[in-house]
Design a protein. Structure first.
Length: 373
């Protein structure tokens, strides 16, 4: 059976960061957080038939800033999920912003059954955090990690960004070294992207040169490997367990998304079809109507979607799994990847397709070769 994950979107932040294009909205005095949780419970129950027929294998509470919600506020949602299954043995992650520690106690999250926390540190350097328009400083990044450890979280991810405005190579490596010193399980190490529709796109800050960013990438990867971390996806590093939830997305697993703007991908077996459900993006619209769009993923999109996710990771693509999850014959995929294979981006064997080093470094080129067909 294709694994099923649950994604829960909590869309508010204390303040919108100037580089961020996530579905995140500034919190106002009159924002009704409890009312939103009630709506999430209704949203969850609207998927009753799937939840009664298939187990959830992981849960991810993302945002926005989920740590604006206390464990007490989240409790009704957890009660609702537990009507369908025991969640004590699955990976459950919550995202936390170090600037919101007063609003929620991490140990309350552990009591709810949350066993993995992802901290949006971004940097330990106060000047970098100011350049990024963050609400927290470097001390709060340290405090968030210590608080998560004291609360009993064994599985901690830290988000760090590099290629930041005015950042030097040494500053980027200092951030990584401070992360390494905590011996945390997991790192999400993102190169800062200038996204359309953000303040940084309108007023672009001065970024390090491409050569400098390349140096950060190489020296940073070397430092992480030397300290026992292994890269398993473009931005994801672990010294122990990868994130099951994220791997499930990248490996074309199924997911239910609840909350404003959340997407679901559900495979129906009889007859076989892959459905996508999209919830209304704005919190106000979502409070009035849940579903914005329900559509079948056309066969022509399946190969592209499969490859975009799969080739973010370093795992070889297993052709039997491809056939099971898409009901397409492997020859369609091999044909679609012919030009990428000829360009030295992939190695094709009778049972797997693997990225070459060049293919991993040129993920966009690989995806473009598929789009052009
Ligand atoms: C939803 S946020 C994490 C939780 C919380 N909202 C926070 O920022 O502290 C997900 C992560 O995406 C990364 N991110 C957001 N915008 C980005 C961008 N433009 N370029 C690179 N990484 C970005 C940041 O590292 C951020 O922590
Ligand atoms: S706190 Fe996180 S989700 Fe919110 S605006 Fe900043 S990066 Fe985006």
């Amino acid at each position: 059976m294709i694994p099923l994950s649950l994604y829960i979107h909590l869309p508010w932040c204390v303040k919108k960061c100037p580089y961020c294009d996530f579905n995140a909205h500034p919190l106002k005095d009159n924002t009704d957080l409890e009312g939103y949780i009630k709506r999430l419970v209704e949203d969850l129950h609207s998927h009753q038939s799937i939840l009664e027929s298939r187990p959830i294998r992981s849960i991810f509470i993302g945002g926005g800033t989920p740590s604006l919600f206390s464990a007490q506020q989240l409790a009704p949602l957890f009660q609702a999920i537990q009507q369908y299954q025991d969640i004590s043995k699955i990976e459950i992650t919550i995202e936390a912003n170090p600037g919101t520690q007063d609003c929620a106690s991490y140990s309350g999250y552990v009591d709810l059954g949350i066993n993995r926390i992802s901290i949006g540190g971004q940097s330990f350097n106060p000047a970098m955090l100011t350049n990024l328009g963050r609400i927290h400083n470097g001390d709060l990044t340290h405090q968030a990690i210590i608080q998560a450890q004291n609360a009993g979280f064994k599985r901690i991810n830290l988000d760090i960004m590099y290629g930041l405005p005015h950042q030097t190579l040494q500053e980027a490596l200092d951030d990584l070294q401070q992360f390494i010193d905590y011996k945390l399980e997991h790192l999400s190490w993102y190169q800062l992207n200038i996204e359309a529709n953000t303040l940084f796109a309108v007023k672009k800050p001065e970024l390090p040169s491409d050569d400098m960013i390349n140096d950060m990438d190489l020296a940073g990867s070397h430092l992480l490997i030397k300290n026992g971390y292994r890269q398993y996806e473009i931005s994801a590093w672990t010294r122990n367990q990868p994130s099951f939830h994220n791997l499930n997305y990248w490996h074309f697993g199924d997911y239910l998304g609840i909350g404003c703007g959340a997407h679901s991908k559900i495979t129906q077996t009889n007859p076989f079809k892959i459905e996508r459900v999209i919830k209304h993006k704005h919190p106000k619209a979502y409070m009035n109507h849940l579903i914005q769009e329900l559509k079948e993923v056309p066969k022509s999109d399946v190969i592209l979607e499969y490859c975009i996710g799969q080739f973010r990771t370093l795992d070889p693509l297993d052709l039997d799994t491809f056939e099971k999850r898409t009901q397409l014959h492997r020859d369609h995929l091999i044909q679609a990847l012919k030009s990428a294979s000829e360009a030295g981006l992939l190695t094709i064997t009778p049972s797997t397709i693997s990225l070459t080093d060049k293919g991993f470094r040129h993920h966009n080129e690989l995806c473009l070769s598929l789009v052009k067909q």
